[in-house]
Write a protein that binds this ligand. Structure first.
Ligand SMILES: Cc1cc2nc3c(=O)[nH]c(=O)nc-3n(C[C@H](O)[C@H](O)[C@H](O)COP(=O)(O)OP(=O)(O)OC[C@H]3O[C@@H](n4cnc5c(N)ncnc54)[C@H](O)[C@@H]3O)c2cc1C
Length: 509
């Protein structure tokens, strides 16, 4: 299911990604560049934007099309209000840390606006207030604590009891002068500027390895290899497992979004609820209409999910307040959540000098990607960045989120063991049309999907990333990894990182 952003960009032919494609199909061709950036989402392209402006020759390699993955499926609120966060940050890491985190993200909002102004990018950018609200009296204590934590950092936020939402609330924290935009129109604006500075962008190019060779790196892709002094891994979930070990420090979380035509005038502002069930709201322009985006239904990627608890939940919410609404788009995506809730930005590993990473944006990547791109550009230029210490990927701080760490270890161990031990979920004949399950055939586990007409697709249901047993996702008809969040289509095609290889496919005829 395509997002509003992807559908909108195609229809308006805002930017023909074919223009970016170069037919360099000969294996073993070596290109040379200063900086090789793997991944053309908001983080990779923001790095390419700043570094090409600084005079570096940049080359971006993208497995699919520009921004088609997480960035093309985001909600695209640009805010420093990352849910309830500043009370947690102050208590966990101290006031200076929390203040710097807030300042870094506030600065990111103005940086995004400056890029839009200087490059004249038409991307529906508009300032909006952002609210974390509650409809429950029992949340008010936490709201008051968060307000006092934010005010103690010297930032002006307000407690309000009235908002534009179509229902009564108990209270909300308001951050003024936050913003929203069309994320793909923004990315295409960045692409134009990168190309104008001489940068190159190759789509449909999958990187499968990066190796150090004397003082350079060689990046290996399906189309060609690239020699460069610097490499930036901007693949959302880092695909190099060792060194780095990012798969031990993060999990992925999926959320769902619907875009409705409310058939009514909408409110101003961007909103997210303070506690479960999480609902997120913002407006967006689409073909001279104003749509409402409603997000929610979060769960750990790879965990069981149903239509009722995902899109169903959002549709019910929409119909409650806009009974005549028309649902125009439904989509979902996932993001990396670091166990200590702080993104990883900086050197990939001390064993790989001049290789950098930005990941773990925990569903707040519109600002975090800009913070990350500035830190990495400064590191490459040898300049001190006052926010770099916040996000150091080599940090060894005690893990704050012990419960999730325990869950992750249990789930990964189970999934790896189940791959060897668990018997099949169902018999072949029990699988109904348009659904899937794992069955046992000749003592081997086989992932079976029967399409609506009964055609059978059979895959080896073992993740090509680190070998965990996959689980069937009946909402999207995909095979999902409960360990690290990779996803594959029912026919075995890899859809989402960190895996980048397709599943083995069986021919049952
Ligand atoms: C439902 C949802 C709502 C969200 N809403 C908001 C919001 O309102 N505000 C906010 O600030 N943040 C939000 N976020 C978070 C934000 O969308 C992400 O943090 C951000 O888009 C991540 O950008 P990225 O560039 O790191 O990843 P991506 O956009 O996924 O880009 C990575 C790119 O790397 C490519 N790639 C991967 N592997 C390879 C390979 N081996 N070779 C070549 N290319 C490769 C991929 O194809 C992809 O295009 C939301 C997240 C979710 C899940």
């Amino acid at each position: 299911m395509n997002s509003l952003w992807i559908s909108d960009s195609n229809e308006n032919k805002l930017f023909d990604t074919k223009l970016l494609e170069k037919n360099v199909n000969t294996q073993n061709i070596f290109l040379e560049t200063d900086i090789c950036i793997v991944g053309a989402g908001i983080f990779g392209l923001t790095c390419a934007y700043y570094l090409s402006k600084l005079g570096y020759k940049v080359t971006v390699l993208e497995k699919y099309k520009i921004g088609e993955k997480t960035t093309g499926h985001t909600t695209a609120k640009i805010t420093s209000q990352h849910g309830f966060f500043y009370d947690y940050l102050t208590k966990s890491y101290g006031q200076k840390f929390a203040k710097d985190y807030l300042e870094a993200n506030e600065q990111a909002i103005s940086n995004v606006k400056s890029i839009i102004d200087s490059e004249k990018i038409k991307c529906d950018f508009e300032y909006q207030n952002n609210y974390v609200y509650t409809t429950k009296k029992e949340d008010l204590k936490a709201i008051k604590k968060e307000i006092s934590a934010v005010q103690n950092l010297g930032f002006n936020c307000e407690f309000v009891t009235k908002t534009g939402l179509p229902f009564e609330i108990e209270g909300a924290i308001c951050f003024k002068n936050q913003a929203q935009f069309h994320p793909l129109k923004y990315l295409f604006g960045l692409c134009k500027s990168i190309q104008n500075q001489g940068g190159q962008i190759y789509t449909d190019t999958t990187v499968f390895d990066v190796k150090k060779e004397s003082s350079d790196y060689i990046t290996f892709s399906n189309n060609f290899n690239i020699k460069s002094k610097y490499v930036i891994i901007a693949t959302h979930y880092p695909f190099i497992n060792f060194p780095g070990f990012y798969f031990t420090k993060m999990y992925q979380s999926t959320s769902y979004i619907i875009a409705i035509d409310p058939k009514k005038t909408l409110f101003k502002g961007m909103y997210i609820s303070a506690s479960n069930p999480i609902f997120s709201y913002r407006t967006a322009k689409y073909k001279n209409k104003e749509l409402l985006l409603i997000g929610g239904g979060d769960h750990k990627t790879g965990n069981p999910c149903s239509y009722k608890d995902s899109y169903g939940l959002l549709e019910k919410e929409a119909k409650k307040y806009y009974p005549n609404c028309e649902i125009l788009f439904r989509w979902n995506t996932r993001d990396c959540i670091p166990l200590d809730k702080i993104p990883y930005i900086g050197a990939y590993s001390s064993m790989m000098p001049h290789m950098y990473v930005g990941t773990g944006f925990k569903k707040w990547g519109m600002t975090s990607s800009n913070v990350a791109a500035n830190i990495i550009a400064d590191m490459i230029c040898g300049k001190k960045n006052k926010f770099a210490y916040l996000f150091d990927p080599s940090r060894l701080k005690p893990i704050k989120n012990r419960n999730e760490l325990k869950n992750m270890i249990i789930q990964s161990t189970n999934s790896l063991l189940l791959n060897k031990l668990k018997s099949a979920n169902m018999n072949f004949d029990e699988i109904t049309n348009d659904s899937g399950s794992i069955v046992e055939i000749n003592h081997d586990k086989v992932g079976i999907y029967k399409n609506p007409e009964g055609k059978i697709y059979a895959v080896k249901p073992v993740c090509t990333h680190l070998g965990c047993l996959l689980s069937w996702n009946d909402v999207d008809k995909t095979w999902d990894c409960p360990c690290h969040g990779s996803r594959f289509n029912f026919d075995g095609k890899n859809l989402y990182d960190p895996a980048f290889k397709d599943l083995e496919v069986y021919n049952l005829e």
